[in-house]
Ligand binder design. Structure first.
Ligand code: FAD
Length: 497
C-alpha cells in the first residue's frame, strides 16, 4: 500500500486525507496543534459558544461530495439549513438593506430602499452565474499550471464569456458601470473581501462571488462552523486516516528530485507522497529551507488579515441576523488604509456574526447573544502594538452604539480577542493572512502557487495559500484538484519503496 503524509489538519488537509484514503493510500496527518480544523476552531466561555475563524458557509455540496465519495451517510455526521438573508447591511446614513438569498427579492429590496434599477440587479446576478459556470468552473476545478487544462473543452466557452471588463477593470469600476446607486456599489464591492482583496484593485472577475450567495444560497451548519471540521475529521478517521496531533513537521525530506517523507519529532517518516497544507511560504522557508523559492512566493501580495472581538452580549437585538455588516462611510479610504498604508482605519466596516440567531438556546444563554465582531485589517508587517486593539475597540463600539442606538459596552459580559499576530502564530499563516494571497492583480489567479511542486516529484500543496485560493469552498477544491493530479501522476511513477 502506498503511503501519503499530509502536513496540517486544516480543512484542505482533512479533505485531502479523505480523498487519498479513498484512493487506497495509507494516510497519516501531522498537525502541530492539538485539534483538527486549523483556522476553523471554536471555544466556549461562560455559556457563550464562539466559532473562532470562518463564519460564512456556502456550497455545502462540496462537503456532500466528500461523504458520497467515501460512501458514508452525511446525515450521521453533519446537518445544515439554508438561511433566507445572506447579510443585513447597515449604512452610516441610516439605510438598512436585507441581502435576501433570492435574486428577485434582493432586486425588490434594493429598489425599495435606495431606488436601484431592479433589472440591473437581476442582470448582474445572471452574469455572475454565467461567469461562475464558465470561467469559474475552469479556475476552480483544474490546475492552471498544466497544459492538459488548456485542452479541456469548456476553456473556449470560458474565454468567450470573459469580457475585457472582467479582467481589465477593477471590481469597483465594474460595479459602478453596473449600478446607479452608491449603496448598491458598496454592497457588491464588499465581495472582494471574501478572498481578502481590495475592490479598487482586484479585477471585475470577482463579480462571480455574489452568485454563490444570491443564486446558490447561504447555509448554517448545525452546531456552528466547527461542525464542518468535526464532521470531516470523523469521516477521515472512519476511512482509516491516522492523525498525529501536537506533531509539527520540521522538514520535508527528499532524494534527488523525489520526495521521500518528513522529519517530525526528530524522527524520519517515509512516504510515497507528501501533501503540504501548511502556508506555502513557510513550507518553502522552514520545511524545504529554500529561501529563494520562499522569496519568489512573496512576489504576490498577501491577503488582508482581521481583528476579532468575541463578545457575550447581555441582550437580544431583533434587527440583527446571522450575518450583519456596518459599512464605513468612505470605503475607498478604508481600503487604502488596509492595503496601501497598512494601518487600521478609524471608521472600519464592522462585521457581526451571531450564531445564537439560528440556535438560540445552544449558542448563547437565554435572552443573550454571542457576537463575533470582525474588522478587516492589514496583513502583519510588524506594525501592530497592543494599544491599537483598545483604540480599535473604541471605534467599533462608537459605530455600533450609534447605528444600533444602544450603548454596547455595558452589555459586554464576556470578551476574547484574535488579532493578525495571533492568526499567524496559531496556524503558521504568513503575516496573519486569512486567505493566503490577495487577488489584487489581474494575474493573481495565475501567480498563485500550483497544487504540485515542479522541482520535487511526489510533493503537493493544498489550502488557502495555493491554487485556487482561500476560503472553505476553494480549500476543498484544492484537495480535489490535488487528488486528481495524484491519480494521474501515479500512473507514471515507479515508487521508490
Ligand atoms: P489552515 O486552516 O490554515 O490549516 C493549516 C494547518 O496546518 C493548521 O492546523 C496548522 O496548525 C497546521 N500546520 C502549520 N504548520 C505545520 C507544521 N509544520 N506541521 C504540522 N502542522 C502544521 N473562509 C470562509 O469560507 N468563510 C468565512 O467566513 C471565513 N472567515 C474567516 C475568518 C477568519 C478570522 C479567518 C482566520 C479565516 C476565515 N476564512 C473564511 C478563511 C478560511 O478559514 C481559510 O481559508 C481556511 O480555513 C484555510 O484552511 P487551510 O486548510 O488552508 O489551512
Amino acid at each position: 500500500q502506498s503511503t501519503a503524509i499530509i502536513i496540517g489538519a486544516g480543512i484542505a488537509g482533512i479533505a485531502s486525507a479523505i480523498r487519498l484514503a479513498v484512493q487506497g493510500f495509507a494516510v497519516k496527518v501531522f498537525e502541530k496543534n492539538s485539534y483538527a480544523g486549523g483556522k476553523i476552531n471554536s471555544f466556549e466561555k461562560e455559556g457563550y459558544c464562539f466559532d473562532g475563524g470562518p463564519s460564512l458557509f456556502t456550497q455545502p455540496q462540496l462537503i456532500e461530495e466528500l461523504f458520497a465519495l467515501a460512501g458514508e451517510p452525511i446525515q450521521h455526521y453533519f446537518n445544515y439549513k439554508p438561511v433566507p438573508i445572506a447579510c443585513t447591511y447597515f449604512y452610516e446614513d441610516g439605510v438598512v438593506i436585507k441581502g435576501y438569498t433570492n435574486a428577485d427579492k434582493l432586486a425588490e429590496e434594493l429598489y425599495n430602499k435606495v431606488g436601484e434599477d431592479k433589472t440591473a440587479v437581476k442582470r448582474y446576478l445572471q452574469r455572475s452565474k454565467q461567469l461562475y459556470e464558465t470561467t469559474g468552473s475552469i479556475f476552480l476545478n483544474y490546475s492552471l499550471h498544466k497544459m492538459s487544462t488548456l485542452w479541456k473543452a469548456p476553456v473556449a466557452k470560458a474565454l468567450m464569456n470573459t469580457k475585457p471588463v472582467h479582467l481589465f477593470a477593477s471590481l469597483n469600476a465594474f460595479n459602478q458601470y453596473s449600478f446607479k446607486q452608491a449603496h448598491t456599489i458598496q454592497l457588491f464591492n464588499r465581495y472582494a473581501t471574501y478572498n481578502g482583496s481590495n475592490p479598487y484593485q482586484a479585477p471585475g472577475m470577482l463579480s462571480v462571488i455574489p452568485h454563490l450567495e444570491y443564486n446558490e444560497g447561504v447555509f448554517y451548519p448545525k452546531g456552528g462552523m466547527i461542525s464542518i471540521a468535526n464532521a470531516l475529521y470523523r469521516l477521515a478517521v472512519k476511512k482509516g486516516v491516522q492523525f498525529y496531533f501536537n506533531m509539527p513537521v520540521e522538514q520535508i525530506i527528499h532524494k534527488a528530485n523525489k520526495v521521500t517523507g518528513v522529519m517530525a519529532n526528530n524522527e524520519k517518516y517515509l512516504a510515497d507522497i507528501v501533501v503540504s497544507n501548511m502556508d506555502v511560504y513557510f513550507t518553502y522557508k522552514r520545511l524545504l529551507r529554500n529561501e529563494q523559492k520562499a522569496a519568489h512566493i512573496l512576489r504576490q501580495e498577501r491577503s488582508s488579515s482581521a481583528f476579532i472581538f468575541y463578545w457575550g452580549i447581555n441582550k437580544t437585538f431583533p434587527q440583527l441576523g446571522l450575518h450583519n455588516i456596518f459599512f464605513s462611510k468612505n470605503y475607498k479610504e478604508e481600503f487604502d488604509h488596509i492595503f496601501k498604508l497598512k494601518q487600521l482605519y478609524n471608521d472600519p466596516t464592522v462585521y457581526i456574526n451571531i450564531t445564537s440567531k439560528c440556535e438560540p438556546d445552544l449558542q448563547a444563554p437565554p435572552d443573550k447573544e454571542n457576537w463575533f465582531v470582525m474588522v478587516n485589517a492589514p496583513a502583519n508587517v510588524g506594525q501592530y502594538e497592543s494599544a491599537m486593539q483598545q483604540q480599535l475597540k473604541k471605534h467599533i463600539l462608537s459605530k455600533l452604539s450609534s447605528l444600533l442606538q444602544t450603548a454596547i459596552e455595558p452589555l459586554i459580559e464576556v470578551e476574547a480577542t484574535l488579532n493578525p499576530v495571533m492568526i499567524e502564530e496559531h496556524t503558521a499563516s504568513y503575516m496573519g493572512a486569512l486567505y493566503g494571497t490577495s487577488s489584487n492583480s489581474r494575474m493573481a489567479a495565475f501567480l498563485r502557487h500550483p497544487n504540485f511542486s515542479n522541482q520535487l516529484k511526489g510533493l503537493y500543496f493544498v489550502g488557502g495559500s495555493v491554487h485556487p485560493g482561500g476560503g472553505i469552498p476553494l480549500c476543498l477544491r484544492s484537495a480535489k484538484i490535488m487528488s486528481e493530479m495524484v491519480k494521474n501522476d501515479k500512473r507514471g511513477w515507479k515508487y521508490a519503496h
